[in-house]
Design a protein around this ligand. Structure first.
Ligand SMILES: [Cu+2]
Length: 107
């Protein structure tokens, strides 16, 4: 189904029409975010889910002000993180210092 839809949707996406906001899924798995590099547009929403066996969290220490989406237990998802501003910011898990993702938000 996905293969059939893509050729149909592609012309719409390059026609200059405003792109519909996307919900971008980010997994927390094996003590890492997947993907680690996220490209988004203003209006998109990030949604994190913990697919690991330990707790993880979602903290954005920059991007104008700190955003703490809190702790996700295994199997839980974070509240949605709306992307209202263009720029680049990092996402951290305080429990695992090496666990980071970089989000680039295009206007
Ligand atoms: Cu973690």
């Amino acid at each position: 189904m996905r293969r059939l839809l893509l050729p149909l949707l592609a012309p719409l996406m390059v026609a200059g029409l405003p792109a519909a906001a996307a919900e971008i899924a980010v997994a927390a798995k094996d003590d890492a975010y997947a993907p680690r590099t996220i490209s988004a547009r203003v209006g998109d929403v990030l949604k994190f889910s913990n697919q690991d066996y330990v707790d993880h969290m979602v903290l954005v220490p920059t991007f104008g002000h700190m955003v703490n989406l809190g702790v996700m237990k295994p199997g839980q998802s974070s509240p949605a993180l709306p992307l209202g501003k263009a720029g680049t910011f990092d996402v951290h898990c305080v429990f695992h210092p090496g666990m980071k993702a970089k989000v680039t938000v295009a206007p």
